[in-house]
Write a protein that binds this ligand. Structure first.
Ligand SMILES: [Zn+2]
Length: 408
């Protein structure tokens, strides 16, 4: 089969590779959640590979302490939004030909229809809640997620694909000790099995209560967080947390190395390219040469990859999905029902919620990764066309996933 010439001979050297299809790359859209240490490296790699379109999401601002590793940023950028600067620098320095949209906002505030437009989600976030949110979104929308995390000398990459791999909330046996698991355990619902789960629950509760992340430098926030964690620890007969221990556990600012970021994001970028190729099934059918056929059999994405800069080792594992997982479980008793509701564009958030309550009579309303508390409903929030609301009840095992559509 002959292929059209690529849009530019700039990609000539990579196109000489067996199994490479530059057209697939040029037609793809990747959402990068977080353009910090790993995310800025990843954005640079994907831009140089000639990806069609990038969506950058990050609500952080550039800090002076980012400049030892986040090469998209300079001293003059300190205090500015990372997403905005990242877009500008990628265009200027790495590839003026690609489309880039930037969102200097929290991940949870990005309308869901933006996620629906993408081929792969790349997770490069530095916190547990954002990572769990990405995971749930990827599973729900059936978009592959390739997530990464780094901590000092260690980096990890995890591939998540609905009903094919374990997700971040699955109960899976941890990899061998040397490799350390960076993905925080997920037992946000149910009984905490180990003391650390109380720390994560506390963070989740804090976020649900105040609708923001706790601030590391705020003594009030840390006192509140410790109180929440210790209430849980006491209830389940675990020992109390000291403030410092809790801070270390929740890892506000983990040690970071450019070398580890570069290795991790390099692997992550490559897995993204492979996932794009594998998603386009017709592409593999076109691999007619013997060499390509042999290579095609070797084309696979490990579910979990861990890099240790201490020992220079790279380990990969496959993780079996947990059938009872609350996010992706197939034998999970919760039945998911898809519905849409059409509302007037001008309606206030509260009015929309009132209509939904009237219609569905479910007591739990989930919006952008959190359950709404009664006092939240009166808060003026912005609701966008294509947003999703989840409705559930303790009375039954049915979860309604309601898509909001604006009336024209
Ligand atoms: Zn799962």
């Amino acid at each position: 089969m002959t292929r059209d010439l690529p849009s530019s001979s700039k990609y000539d050297r990579q196109e000489r590779l067996a199994l490479w299809d530059q057209h697939i790359i040029e037609k793809s859209t990747i959402l990068i959640a977080g353009v910090g240490g790993t995310g800025s490296e990843l954005a640079k790699n994907l831009a140089l590979l000639g990806i069609g379109s990038l969506i950058l999401v990050d609500d952080d601002t550039v800090e002076f302490s980012n400049l030892n590793r986040q090469m998209l940023f300079r001293e003059e950028d300190v205090g500015q939004k990372k997403a905005k600067i990242a877009k500008k620098r990628i265009k200027e320095q790495f590839n003026p030909d690609i489309m880039i949209k930037e969102y200097a906002d929290k991940l949870q505030n990005i309308p869901q229809k933006i996620f629906q437009e993408v081929d792969i989600i790349a997770g490069c976030v530095d916190n547990f809640l954002a990572r769990q949110y990405l995971n749930a979104m990827a599973i729900e929308l059936k978009i592959p997620l390739i997530d990464s995390a780094t901590d000092g000398y260690f980096g990890q990459i995890q591939y998540i694909k609905t009903s094919k791999t374990a997700c971040l909330a699955c109960e899976t046996p941890p990899p061998p000790d040397e490799t350390r698991v960076l993905t925080a355990p997920c037992t946000l619902v149910g009984v905490p099995r180990v003391r650390e789960h109380c720390a994560w629950k506390a963070l989740y509760e804090f976020n649900a209560k105040y609708e923001r992340e706790p601030v590391e430098t705020s003594p009030e926030d840390i006192v509140e967080l410790t109180k929440l964690a210790n209430t849980c620890a006491k209830k389940h007969n675990f020992g109390d947390f000291k403030k410092k221990e809790l801070l270390q556990l929740i890892l506000f600012h983990v040690p970071s190395l450019i070398t580890v970021n570069a290795v991790t994001s390099g692997i992550q970028s490559q897995e993204i390219v492979k996932a794009l190729f594998l998603e386009k099934k017709e592409f593999l059918k076109e691999t007619v040469t013997l060499n390509n056929l042999i290579e095609a059999h070797r084309f696979r994405i490990p579910h979990f990859t861990v890099y240790s800069a201490l020992t220079g080792t790279l380990n990969t594992f496959d993780l079996v999905p947990d059938p009872n997982c609350l996010v992706c479980g197939q034998s999970n008793t919760v039945k998911h029902v898809e519905r849409t509701i059409t509302v007037d564009r001008e309606l206030l958030f509260k009015s929309v919620i009132d209509i939904i309550r009237q219609e569905y009579k479910k007591e739990y309303i989930g919006f952008r990764g959190n359950f709404l508390l009664p006092e939240d409903e009166s808060v003026q929030k912005i609701i966008s066309d294509g947003d999703r609301i989840t409705l559930s009840s303790i009375a039954d095992d049915e979860e309604i996933r309601l898509e909001i559509k604006f009336r024209d």
